[in-house]
Design a protein around this ligand. Structure first.
Ligand code: TXA
Ligand code: MG
Length: 338
């Protein structure tokens, strides 16, 4: 059931559901999350069941502020504090040393915990409600929430996407379309040096300026710093639509269209391309891609979902620029194409 997230009644219903150990669909500025009380192991277990997610894949815990963060984490390095000051509330997750005995189930029993303070007004309002100390209730509450999609599928950026994936029985707070559109940037801050585990819309250059030191790329971290922790977003096959995705440069697109011939209708193709629209035949739906990385990120998952809904068999996507600001989009596209 979808309920308005910007009204008091919706927030009250959602807060009660969380306190009772139920799951809710939660809008954030990145993607919708499937949220539960991070310190209720039975509620956290329901997340893993509903998503079909392996239990050793840790969840991100969403917190209201720095105070709530230090309820879950300890030994927070100076560079981690700088990141939280610079990018919270916003699309940044920091991996920190977990406080012993806290939120073990949500953290997949790892010694670290992923924390994020979302900027979406509905997420903020719900978290604020949950902190209000009432007699007999905890003063600090965090929301464990992975993206609200089935494991391995494209993340949801509208309330309707969540219902499509997880069913109409789930209570979903409607917060409109997600402004960022791809999942948060994840930085492991539990070691001597920051490690970028998952690129998002915050660039490597921005991270390094704030940290005041080099940020190691996750792919290089096993060499530089020993084994990398598990991150499900780093599985190669993550974020896949149903149709087969091919990433092509413009020359390859032109060649593939020519090879098809003007009257071929099979396979049915959706072509998401940049710049001028190429000439295509009847079985190809062409959709222009926005120009900026920010705008592509915002519509990326919704676009892949709409192509699937149109029943195309192949999605051809024009390769995006190689700049640092495109890293998050490139990462999601290459996983979708895997
Ligand atoms: O933008 C986002 O981050 C969204 C919204 C809902 O906040 N959430 C999200 O969650 O993308 P999920 O579960 O789909 O991805 C969380 C990622 C996973 O790759 C997980 O392995 C990693 O965060 N992660 C969480 N805790 C971790 C930890 N302690 N160590 C290493 N990776 C961790
Ligand atoms: Mg996910």
């Amino acid at each position: 059931m979808i309920i308005a997230g910007d009204q008091l009644q919706g927030l009250q219903i959602a807060a009660r559901a969380i306190r009772e150990g139920q799951l809710i669909g939660l809008p954030t500025e990145t993607v919708y999350g499937l949220a539960a009380d991070a310190e209720n192991p039975q509620a956290v277990e329901k997340i893993f069941q509903l998503k079909g997610r392996p239990k050793d894949h840790p969840l991100i815990i969403h917190v209201l502020d720095h105070v709530a963060a230090s309820h879950f984490a300890t030994d927070i390095a100076e560079f981690a504090q700088a990141l939280m000051r610079a990018f919270w509330p916003g699309p940044l997750t920091v991996i920190l040393r977990r406080r012993e005995g806290i939120a073990a189930a949500a953290a997949g029993a790892q010694a670290t915990v992923g924390l994020r303070c979302p900027s979406h007004p509905v997420a903020q309002a719900l978290l604020a409600r949950l902190q209000q100390p009432e007699p007999g209730l905890r003063a600090v509450m965090g929301l464990a929430a992975p993206s609200a999609n089935l494991f391995g599928r494209v993340s949801p950026t509208t309330a309707a996407h969540v219902v499509d994936d997880l069913g109409g029985d789930l209570l979903v707070l409607d917060g409109g379309g997600c402004a960022v559109g791809i999942e948060s940037t994840i930085v492991d801050c539990s070691r001597a040096q920051p490690v970028l585990l998952r690129p998002g819309v915050i660039t490597l250059a921005q991270l390094e300026v704030v940290c005041g030191m080099p940020v190691v790329l996750g792919s290089d971290a096993s060499d530089a710093l020993g084994a990398t922790p598990k991150a499900s977003g780093t599985l190669a096959s993550h974020y896949a639509p149903l149709a087969k995705v091919r990433l092509l440069d413009r020359a390859a697109i032109d060649k593939a269209l020519q090879a098809r011939g003007p009257n071929d209708v099979s396979p049915r193709v959706a072509l998401w391309c940049r710049g001028t629209t190429p000439t295509s035949g009847p079985g190809v739906r062409v959709q222009p891609m926005p120009e900026s990385a920010e705008d592509v990120a915002r519509v990326l998952f919704a676009t892949l979902r709409s192509f699937d809904a149109q029943g195309v068999q192949e999605i051809w996507i024009e390769a995006v620029p190689s700049g640092d600001d495109w890293a998050g989009v490139r990462d999601r596209l290459s996983r979708a194409a895997h």
